[in-house]
Each structure stands twice: as structure tokens, then as C-alpha cells.
Design a protein around this ligand. Structure first.
Ligand SMILES: [Zn+2]
Length: 240
């Protein structure tokens, strides 16, 4: 675990990612994003992808792509998904190993939604260690009450499925901008459901995060400010 111990962890509030493209050194870097539902993880991943030029690897997207490709692994995944079973750690790990071996990952990559279990975390840390990849853990820490409030004002168009955040005044949007349909709150966004989802996320993720953090020493616990973190961390860390 020698190489992984050189990594750092960042505790970041959801905020805009850094704006300058960072020249990376030769060794491959891996950003592992952790964040509860509604923490803005998808947005951050996109911003980091744009600012750092590192590919954003989402296991959900990868599973769908692999099914579309229809190769041996893809057929296996298709059969598992069709049966309603969960895709095994072994299959997900194989997909990740293949994906991060591609040329666009030469400088590094951003992992989103993976590792999801302690078993996946064990295998991926071994895999990254074997490849000499430097790891940065980014944990988007957003107050759960803020997440509940944020999702409570979110609305979706039942026709075109567009999702709308709150208006500038902080109020829910009433009609779809594209087709004028009255928008509705999604079942998943109701406060009681959101609290349950956050609880599930905590139960599932806490052990994985703890495992990953033990391998990333010392954590950047001091970097908890809203704006400074994303501006500082990639530059400070990636140029090491
Ligand atoms: Zn619409």
C-alpha cells in the first residue's frame, strides 16, 4: 500500500471546481468521489472532468456501455441485469480494470459510484497500488438538512422528464419551460424518502469510506471551506 499512502483526502463542500486546466505529471492519478444523493456529486464530477481533462468514469454508464458493445463481458452483464440480480464485484472490477487501461486514462481518471462495497474497495486499492496510481479521495460533505431542502423544491416535468431546481427566489418551478406542462415532485425527492435514502447511503458508504481513508494519509481535514477547496486541491495535489 506504499503508493496509496502518498494520497490525500479532501473534505469538500459542494462548490464549483477549479477553473484552470492543470498540467499533470507523468504518474497516473485517481480521484475517488464520495457524496450522498443530492450532494452535487454528478455536477462536481462534470466540472472536474472539464477543468482537469480527466475522464469521468461512472460504473452505471460503464455497465450500460458494456451491454451495448455486446462482447463477452457485456453479454454476461446483460444476463445478470435481465435476471434482476446485482452485478457482482468481480464483474464491476473487471470493467473498471479494462476502462482505466484505455489511452484516455493515461494521466488519470475520476471514479464516481465506485468503490461501493468494502470488497470492491479492497480490490481497487490493490489494483491502483499495482499500477502505481496516486489516489485522491474527495468527499463532498453537504449538510443533510441542506440536501433535504434542496430536493424538496426540485420538480420534474412528467412529459419530457426535465428536472428543475428551485427558482432564483428559492421557490419550486411550476411549469415546464419546454412544453408548459405542470411539473411535479418526484417520489424520490420527498423529504421522508430523501432522509431514508441518506440513511441507506450512510449505512452503505461509511465502511467503504473508512476503509479508503485508512489508506489515504494524512487526510486534508483542514480543507473544509466552500470555495477554496476545489480551487486549491487539484493544483496543490496533482502537481506534487
Ligand atoms: Zn416538459
Amino acid at each position: 500500500m506504499k503508493d496509496l499512502r502518498r494520497g490525500r483526502a479532501v473534505f469538500a463542500d459542494a462548490a464549483p471546481a477549479c477553473d484552470a486546466r492543470i498540467p499533470l505529471e507523468m504518474s497516473q492519478v485517481c480521484l475517488i468521489l464520495f457524496g450522498a444523493p443530492g450532494s452535487g456529486k454528478g455536477t462536481q464530477a462534470k466540472l472536474l472532468n472539464q477543468s482537469l481533462g480527466l475522464p469521468h468514469i461512472s460504473t452505471g454508464d460503464m455497465l450500460r456501455e458494456s451491454v451495448q458493445r455486446g462482447d463477452e463481458l457485456g453479454q454476461k452483464v446483460k444476463a445478470i441485469l435481465a435476471s434482476g440480480a446485482l452485478v457482482s464485484d468481480e464483474v464491476v472490477n473487471a470493467l473498471v480494470a479494462e476502462r482505466i487501461g484505455r489511452p484516455d486514462c493515461k494521466q488519470g481518471f475520476i471514479l464516481d459510484g465506485y468503490p461501493r462495497t468494502v470488497n470492491q474497495a479492497k480490490i481497487v486499492s490493490q489494483m491502483l497500488n499495482d499500477r502505481g496510481v496516486r489516489v485522491l479521495v474527495v468527499h463532498l460533505k453537504v449538510d443533510y438538512n441542506v440536501i433535504v431542502d434542496r430536493l424538496a423544491v426540485r420538480r420534474q416535468c412528467p412529459v419530457c422528464k426535465t428536472i428543475y431546481g428551485a427558482s432564483e427566489a428559492g421557490l419550486p418551478v411550476t411549469a415546464c419551460a419546454a412544453d408548459g406542462t405542470s411539473v411535479v415532485i418526484r417520489e424520490d425527492d420527498r423529504p421522508e424518502v430523501v432522509r431514508q435514502r441518506l440513511q441507506n447511503y450512510d449505512n452503505q458508504t461509511a465502511p467503504v469510506l473508512a476503509f479508503v481513508m485508512r489508506r489515504v494519509i494524512p487526510p486534508w481535514t483542514s480543507m473544509a471551506t466552500r470555495q477554496a477547496v476545489p480551487k486549491r486541491f487539484p493544483k496543490a495535489w496533482l502537481l506534487r
